[in-house]
Design a protein. Sequence first.
Length: 353
Amino acid sequence: MRQVNVFYLGEGETLAHPVIDANGRILLSVGVKLTDLYIRKLQALGVDMVLIEDDRLDDVVIQTAITPRTKEAAYKAVKSVRQCLENNRLIRTDDMLDMLKRMISDLLSFDGILGFVSDFRGFDDFTFHHSVNTTIFALIMGMANGYNQSKLLEAGIGVLMHDIGKLKIPNETLNKIEKLTDEEFGQIKQHTNFGYEILRKIDNFGLMSAHVALQHHERWDGSGYPRGLKGTEIHEYARIAAISDVYEALTSKRIYRDAIQPYQAYEYVMAHSGTLFEPKLISIFAEHISIYPVGSGVLLSNGQRGNVVSQNVGYPDRPYLRMLYQGDVPLHPPIDYNLVEHPSLLIIGTENR
């Protein structure tokens, strides 16, 4: 299977992975043959990429870190909290914790470097989409950092609810396409304080979970908000949330901008190790998050293009590749590379077509 931008899809191509909407529901199942109507609908919904079958890549396996049922339950949990807060109803914290236990169980069963977490890259209900995916990244980092289930649940609740304070920010400010005024940016910055006040009053969530909402925009060098905390003054959960939040936000489409490629977001995060983000946690992030997800298309410095076949543990920028074209001319047979063994070859771009 290979990843294809929806604007390069052709009629008759077959889906190799389900297309999931922003609520975790299946829009199109595995094995569906794409029609012009389906393609136009995917484009209209804002879906960026899908995975299609390709005989040349039939041995490529894309592992899903979270099952569709768990992801759907996560979206429902976040929406349920929002609805309860909006209607002054009691929040069912047990349901939230049970869902997080399922998410942790899925991740513990996952054996690989985390690549795709988002099947849907549109911008509808992006707050829910962002919260769930950010939690997946944060839990992976927490596991790698040696957290037990109790700490994973405590951190997970905080990350899942890290943006809950945005409920108190006007939608016209949150969704503004033009540059924010200083006053509007000041409004948005208040979501950290609002989130803390909301979460600390909820039974079974815990004060440390609330501090994730309060501190996820603090930065290692003290340049963040709301308090300008520095280094280990910031709770470790919030330091993990900060990395996960920024990376997920950059790789997801927003109303006011397009998503950027994972390798570009990775480079941004890595470039700010020691300034915005804690170096130790950045090292953990680098070891467990894929720069070039399996199935994604790449362009090599020798003019060949193809797809990522698998990852090289410890070498996130040097995956195994299968090159299918020299320029636009098909290669017969395709050429496989382990980039670790070919230091002169460089990935110079992504080509999902």
